[in-house]
Design a protein around this ligand. Structure first.
Ligand code: NAI
Length: 214
């Protein structure tokens, strides 16, 4: 399917979950599933699934359901999981090290190509297949390797200087753990930002805990 601007953001947000569940079904040998079956498995309504999947073409057939592999491939191609977008990780502290080592970037359409930290004492440390580089090498590295994604694992106070620098070096997408609000940075235009706040998710959990029905 061609890139479709009309798919709503809320549908796009749900696609990774479909992709994950369909992958699990495939690994269990399930080749075909009805919207009802998928709904039960995912704990959502069948009509939500039909509505979501109708946004990008009629994959299901009435009375036949969805071909799991085809649907997963289609969703994967919408999400771009077969792309090889180069990513640099900035900040090789506790969080940065965990993200560098524990995420299988290739599964998500991304390739971690460089890790940087301003603490020159960390330069040379091996994290997975990569070696931490000093920030003094960032410009030449980006000019040569042209990463389009930056994973920000730096303190909030460091981000206002680092973000525009990365944008000028061609970075177009920020996976932002820094708690800095990149949205308000007026000189970065045409970039996409995904802000991650694990604490928000924990607060939602605590809300659920405190407001659960007995
Ligand atoms: P950390 O202190 O272990 O690591 C931060 C690293 O960033 C250090 O190695 C430091 O040398 C480096 N750094 C600082 N300024 C830099 C700059 N200008 N350029 C390049 N590197 C720079 O901290 P930790 O625990 O890894 O957390 C990193 C950030 O992520 C913190 O600001 C923390 O608040 C935030 N965080 C966010 C979470 C989220 O859900 N969004 C979850 C956990 C942490």
């Amino acid at each position: 399917m061609p890139k479709n601007e009309k798919i709503s953001k809320s549908v796009i947000r749900r696609l990774p979950r479909y992709y994950r569940f369909l992958g699990e079904l495939l690994s269990e040998g399930v080749t075909r599933i009805s919207s009802g079956g998928l709904a039960e498995r995912m704990n959502v309504t069948a009509s939500q699934i039909r509505q979501d999947l109708n946004c990008f073409g009629g994959f299901g057939q009435q009375g036949y359901g969805y071909v799991v592999a085809d649907l997963r491939d289609e969703i994967g191609s919408i999400l771009g999981v077969n792309e090889h977008n180069g990513a640099v990780l900035i900040g090789a502290g506790n969080l940065g090290r965990a993200l560098a080592v524990h995420l299988d970037y290739g599964k998500y359409g991304c390739r971690l190509v460089g890790i940087f930290d301003e603490n020159e004492g960390l330069a040379g440390i091996k994290l997975g297949d990569l070696t931490v580089m000093p920030m003094s090498e960032l410009d030449s590295f980006c000019t040569k390797n042209k990463p389009t994604i930056a994973i920000l694992c730096i303190p909030k106070s460091a981000a206002p200087e680092v973000c525009p620098r990365l944008a000028k070096l061609g970075v177009k997408a920020f996976w932002n753990f820094s708690h800095y609000d990149i949205v308000n940075l007026s000189d970065i235009e045409g970039v996409v930002v995904e802000n991650v706040h694990l604490g928000d998710s924990l607060m939602a959990l605590c809300y659920g805990l405190n407001n659960r029905s007995e």
